[in-house]
Design a protein around this ligand. Structure first.
Ligand code: NAP
Length: 315
């Protein structure tokens, strides 16, 4: 008998239907995947691993022998906040395709800022024919905050496109062609050089509000910010002040404190802010399900749980 793996998720509609087709198919050789609501009491008692996507954590309490959960998302800060420290281990999605997709998004929106697209779009509205001096990519410093799976791929792609790239992480990293920094002084240094700051940090106690008034004031005048990580890492009040005062020139935001961004948010109408609906690097079903199947299959064979979130660090 194949083990039953619960799918615990508050997703609804088309999204839920897609996962409930793709997951059982991808895991068919090793397990039966079922929504937790369809499992018998005996199946719940036997479950040691669950697949989760925005789960109601109260439902996980119905799985008494649960050792670990495999998330379908790369960001797991809500799970880490909601699950007890001694609860099941949290494995997040680490998908090379997602790193590729995110690095493409970072390059695309860096080029948007680098080639002054917001400025020329605003000029078109005013029928204004006015040329601004062109900078080459090597004259533009891009600082990537967070050099994990996504930040490293993004930094390398930017460097490959000729930008002057520096990066910042908690522990020191060596990445060919990229100046790397760590620690508080390191953050001050990368910010002070950065024409464009790209945020790719996880949301933790240490990163909440990290890019606020002080950090933004360290950036050179005319700089821009791209936040593709999590909303609360960037203080949007401090950001709009820096934009309104003319210290910064533009921001591209894909993530917000509240999502979807409420209609009444002033960010929607800010002329120096580009709003994206959390689309920079969505989970791709085809590649994610293969990774889940490999990780869960290995666990059933060897008992090895993949690298998981360090609950003290928060990521
Ligand atoms: P990751 O592999 O865990 O990398 C995180 C990086 O941030 C690491 O370099 C880490 O440093 C650094 N870091 C963590 N805390 C820090 C701190 N306090 N100070 C300095 N550096 C710190 O994560 P990832 O896979 O690259 O993903 C990053 C985030 O992107 C996710 O957490 C998620 O929120 C977000 N995301 C967004 C989207 C989207 O569509 N918008 C999609 C996927 C993911 P060390 O290297 O020293 O550990």
């Amino acid at each position: 008998m194949k083990p039953v793996v619960p799918f615990v998720s508050q997703t609804t509609g088309h999204e839920r239907a897609v996962w409930l087709t793709a997951l059982p198919e991808a895991l068919s050789d090793i397990a039966t995947v079922k929504p937790i609501s369809d499992m018998t009491k005996a199946e719940r008692a036997a479950a040691r691993v669950a697949i989760v996507a925005n789960p109601d954590v109260a439902e996980l309490a119905h799985l008494p022998d649960l050792q670990w959960v495999h998330s379908l998302w790369a960001g797991v800060e809500r799970l880490a906040a909601d699950l007890p420290q001694d609860g099941p281990k949290i494995v997040r999605l680490e998908d090379p395709q997602m790193a590729e997709t995110m690095s493409e998004a970072v390059l695309a929106w860096t080029l948007y800022l680098h080639r002054d697209m917001p400025r020329y779009a605003a000029q078109q509205h005013r029928k204004l024919w006015l040329e601004h001096p062109l900078k080459r990519p090597n004259e533009r410093t891009v600082a990537v905050l967070g050099l994990g799976n996504l930040g490293t791929a993004a930094a390398k792609r930017l460097a490959g496109n000729g930008f002057d790239v520096c990066g910042w992480s908690r522990s020191h990293k060596e990445i060919a062609g990229i100046a790397t920094f760590s620690g508080e002084n390191g953050l001050a240094e990368v910010l002070s050089k950065a024409d464009i700051v790209v945020i790719l940090l996880p949301l933790t106690d240490a990163t909440r509000g990290l890019v606020g008034k002080e950090a933004l004031s360290r950036m050179p005048a005319g700089g821009s910010v791209i936040n593709f990580a999590r909303g609360p890492i960037l203080d949007t009040g401090a950001l709009t002040s820096a934009l309104d005062q003319g210290h910064l020139s533009h921001a591209v935001l894909d993530v917000f404190d509240q999502e979807p961004l409420p209609d009444e948010s002033p960010l929607w109408d800010h002329p120096k802010i580009t709003i994206l609906p959390h689309i920079s690097a969505p989970t791709i079903t085809a590649t994610a399900t293969k990774i889940l199947a490999a990780n869960i299959g290995r666990y059933f064979e060897t008992g090895d749980i993949p690298a998981h979130v360090d609950r003290k660090r928060g990521y």
